[in-house]
Design a protein around this ligand. Structure first.
Ligand SMILES: Cc1cc2nc3c(=O)[nH]c(=O)nc-3n(C[C@H](O)[C@H](O)[C@H](O)COP(=O)(O)OP(=O)(O)OC[C@H]3O[C@@H](n4cnc5c(N)ncnc54)[C@H](O)[C@@H]3O)c2cc1C
Ligand code: SF4
Length: 495
């Protein structure tokens, strides 16, 4: 650290967001372009180099955070980029999208605001691209072994990049028309502009990774045929089987799953559609589900021009501060967080029937009612206690022309037939079973990411991709130099 007293003299300052009224008029990222670099070296200087950095452990990738904080505080961007890329294939994704469990584990966060680790990571990644520190790194020689990676989300991409760089010939099979998984069709443009994805994909293609899009394994090509054609197969198909809401009126028109709604907005941004056929423009929107997917629906509906947007969360509103007894440092606490979308809803007062940021906490959906044409028009809800028991006298009705269900995901989607064709063993909770080497019950077939772990985060997906690559490399060569940041059994640092 350039200034050993930085943490005492410099207050935490985050990458500023654009004014709400401006940013909801477009789909671009919410941050003020160019406003991060001028502040970031002083922010990195707040790192105390504390000796036992819990941020390492809290980050599933084991990012070398104090090392690159020091390099950024000295403005040695090339070395910072090298240290960052030593553990993370795609820091421009995590620098924008990660909920930053590292910051919850920052030693400074015991009694002060944490170092802005995620912002530092993003600044290094962006600077690395503008200064040309991340050229393609094709392998010196090929191993002569071939690997098929099924699924092009962050897991599949990280696995493919690691295996390609290790000299194997890798083809990524993707059922969608474009590569990227949920980062492409799911996560909205205002959280991460897709040109960041394109830039990485160009790097990967230049390194030799091949992409086969619009190819659903199980339907367009038999999974067993793929196994026979390649020396190893990595299944990284995600966990997109959505949970249903079994409430009276669910069959009414205008009630959709979040993942039916969000990809259409992505397609508008890609230029495939002029307008989304499910647009929220002029509608009263209710989002059922209080998680991040729901927040993405909220930000999208606000940009669509919804008449009102309300988000229902079955859980009670969490407190603003960490409860040191139940969720002590350095775990990732359940606290009240105001995402950019919630900030927009609050400032625009989009939900007069709800709390200030459009959320109704401890709210459970009872039923929907519709008009004569069979279209949903209202949602009936009730307040619940911590055991989800309805509280008498709390029932109410709110207008709802468009209802978006964001209730989470139960495991991999099985409609493609891939799991049955390979006769893969499954866990009781619906994910693909694997041993401590990420190997499934079928020799040479490995499973990683959300498909095996269950719905998680991009940082975990990249860590899974890196770790499964090491396991596959070992299978193909007998040993491996590739890093494996996690095992299949590692879990987030929570209580
Ligand atoms: C709306 C939404 C927002 C999110 N926001 C965030 C966020 O801000 N930050 C964060 O950290 N995490 C976020 N997540 C979670 C994160 O996106 C996932 O944990 C991560 O993408 C999982 O990566 P994956 O590669 O395992 O799977 P996925 O990203 O789901 O990719 C799987 C890929 O496999 C393809 N595929 C599936 N079956 C087949 C087949 N048979 N043949 C060929 N291809 C197939 C799919 O089309 C897909 O492209 C979000 C999730 C959702 C749903
Ligand atoms: S990937 Fe996430 S947890 Fe790891 S350093 Fe970056 S923001 Fe922190």
């Amino acid at each position: 650290m350039a200034d050993p007293k930085g943490f005492m003299t410099t207050p935490r300052e985050e990458w500023p967001r654009r004014p709400v009224a401006e940013r909801v008029q477009d789909w671009s990222e919410v941050y003020v372009p160019g406003a991060l670099l001028p502040i970031i070296s002083k922010q990195a200087d707040r790192c105390m180099d504390c000796g036992i950095p819990f941020c390492h452990d809290a980050c599933p990738l084991g990012n070398l955070i104090p090392e690159w904080n020091d390099l950024v505080s000295r403005e040695d961007w090339r070395a910072a980029s090298d240290r960052l890329h030593a553990t993370n294939n795609f820091p421009e994704f995590t620098g924008r999208l990660c909920p930053a469990p590292c910051e919850a584990g920052c030693v400074l966060a015991i009694n002060q605001p944490a170092v802005t680790i995620k912002n530092v990571e993003c600044a290094i990644a962006d600077r690395a691209w503008t200064d040309g520190f991340v050229p393609p790194r094709p392998p010196d020689r090929l191993s002569g072994r071939t690997v098929a990676v099924i699924g092009s989300g962050p897991t599949g991409l990280a696995a493919a990049q690691q295996l390609t760089r290790a000299g194997h010939t890798v083809a990524v099979y993707e059922k969608d028309d474009r590569v990227g998984g949920l980062m492409r069709y799911g996560i909205p443009e205002f959280k991460m502009e897709k040109h960041h994805l394109e830039r990485r994909l160009a790097q990967m293609r230049a390194e030799g990774t091949k992409f086969r899009t619009s190819t659903m394994v199980g339907r367009d090509v038999e999974a067993t045929e793929l196994r026979a054609r390649y020396d190893a197969v990595v299944i990284a198909t995600g966990a997109t089987a959505w949970r249903e809401l079994h409430a009276p009126g669910r069959e009414l028109a205008g009630i959709h799953q979040a993942m039916e709604y969000l990809p259409l907005a992505n397609r508008v941004c890609e230029g495939d559609l002029e307008a989304s056929p499910m647009s929220a423009a002029g509608k009263h929107v209710v989002i059922v589900g209080g998680g991040d997917t729901g927040a993405d629906c909220l930000g999208t509906a606000v940009r669509d021009g919804a008449a009102s947007v309300t988000q229902l969360d079955i859980y009670a509103q969490p407190g603003a501060e960490r409860d040191d007894d139940t969720e002590p440092w350095p775990t990732y606490p359940k606290i009240y967080r105001l995402s950019a979308a919630h900030e927009e809803a609050r400032d625009l007062e989009t939900a007069p029937a709800a709390d200030a940021d459009a959320r109704l906490f401890a709210a459970s959906t009872l039923r929907f009612t519709g008009d004569a044409g069979g279209h949903v028009r209202s949602l009936h809800l009730v307040e619940v206690d911590e055991h989800r028991r309805p509280l008498p006298g709390t029932g109410r009705t709110i207008p709802a022309d468009l209802v978006l269900l964001a209730l989470g995901f139960s495991g991999p989607d099985r409609e493609d037939g891939l799991i049955d064709q390979l006769e893969l063993a499954m866990e009781p909770r619906g994910t693909i079973a694997r041993d401590r080497d990420f190997a499934t019950n079928v020799p040479g077939v490995y499973a990683a990411g959300d498909a095996a772990r269950g719905q998680s985060l991009i940082v975990w997906a990249i860590a899974e991709g890196r770790a499964v690559a090491a396991a596959v490399d070992r299978y193909l060569r007998g040993s491996s130099q590739l890093p494996a940041p996690i095992t299949p059994y590692d879990r987030p640092m929570t209580v």
